[in-house]
Design a protein around this ligand. Structure first.
Ligand code: CP
Ligand code: NVA
Length: 316
């Protein structure tokens, strides 16, 4: 590590949210992810390889993770870098050290940081004070890395997403936010069906209003799914949600099942970021059936994360 890198005035390339990343750069990342998937991971072209240049990714987890942890860890190793995993509770952060000081310390030891945070505000604060790139590995507000992998998966199955229709059915949560951001940046129609009490609010609504008319909000799942190319749902109880019983009651009519999938286009795919709760947000016959692409979607986290890392580290 070169200390001068960390005191230089160049602005680090953070990946915090899809709507904050220019559409041309997002397209570059997705195309790279498609290319990365086809490449022999042992023989990356020199410009995409970190071998011989001890580059370290720190991953901070304030919430549990299987896919995000594995995909970033393997992505970094396959690029030729290394990783260190920090559980927030084992850091001084958990005892009240400020995020600003933590950002400055991280910037002196490692080259890039991914954080899964309880609070989007904390993510932004970390990015503001870090002189190295910061990646959003999920917050209470958004999950942009997952939606990049989802767009990659959509395109593998159905071709370019531009001009197509994606339907979100269920909770207006952090995944819904990143789909909202993606609709404008990738120029597709997004139809969201959420119960009124769990519909997008605040900043999410503003982002919908800024989307240029490509997003339709309804409380009717059948209306949202009609003639759609892709039906997406997520857990009814996200990490940090405390009102489990209320949510399950409100969301029961939003289950993705065979009757609902029939309303989508004949070739529609089903996506879920996982972890899934069979017979709650989705029935077993759908998630384990022929329209489901959930395990490709999970694998694509690896390729998308490799592309995000390469972009943040300015290899592309
Ligand atoms: N989809 C997703 O982010 O999974 P993890 O919570 O396991 O990381
Ligand atoms: N909405 C879910 C996504 C998990 C990957 C959560 O925040 O728990």
């Amino acid at each position: 590590m070169n200390i001068s890198n960390h005191t230089s005035k160049t602005t680090p390339r953070h990946f915090l949210d899809i709507h904050e990343t220019p559409a041309t750069e997002l397209r570059k990342i997705i195309n790279l992810a498609h290319t990365m998937k086809k490449m022999d991971r042992q023989h990356l072209p020199d410009h995409l390889s970190l071998h011989g240049d001890l580059t370290v990714l720190a991953m901070i987890f304030e919430k549990p993770s299987t896919r995000t942890r594995l995909s970033f860890d393997m992505a970094m190793r396959q690029l030729g870098g290394e990783t260190t995993i920090l559980n927030a509770n084992d850091m001084q952060l958990g005892r009240g050290e400020s995020i600003a000081d933590t950002a400055k310390i991280l910037s002196r030891f490692v080259d890039i940081v991914m954080i899964r945070s309880n609070s989007h505000h904390d993510l932004e604060e970390l990015a503001r004070h870090a002189s190295i790139p910061v990646i959003n590995g999920l917050t209470d507000f958004s999950h942009p890395c997952q939606v990049l992998a989802d767009i990659m998966t959509f395109e593998e199955y159905l071709g370019p997403i531009k001009g197509r229709t994606v339907s979100w059915v269920g909770d207006g949560n952090n995944m819904a936010t990143s789909w909202i951001h993606a609709a404008r940046q990738f120029d597709f129609t997004l139809k969201l069906a959420c119960p009124k009490d769990l519909s997008p609010t605040g900043q999410q609504l503003e982002d919908i209003n800024n989307s240029g008319g490509t997003i339709i909000l309804t409380s009717d799942p059948g209306e949202a799914v009609a003639h759609s190319d892709c039906v997406v749902t997520d857990t009814w109880v996200s990490m940090g949600d405390e009102d489990e019983e209320r949510r399950k009651k409100l969301l029961a009519p939003y289950q993705v099942n065979a009757a609902l999938m029939k309303k989508a286009s004949k070739n529609a795919i089903f996506m879920h970021c996982l972890p899934a709760h069979r017979e709650e947000e989705v029935t077993t016959d759908i998630i384990d059936g022929p329209q489901s692409v959930v395990f490709d979607e999970a694998e694509n986290r690896l390729h998308a994360q490799k592309a995000v890392l390469a972009w943040c580290l300015q290899l592309v």
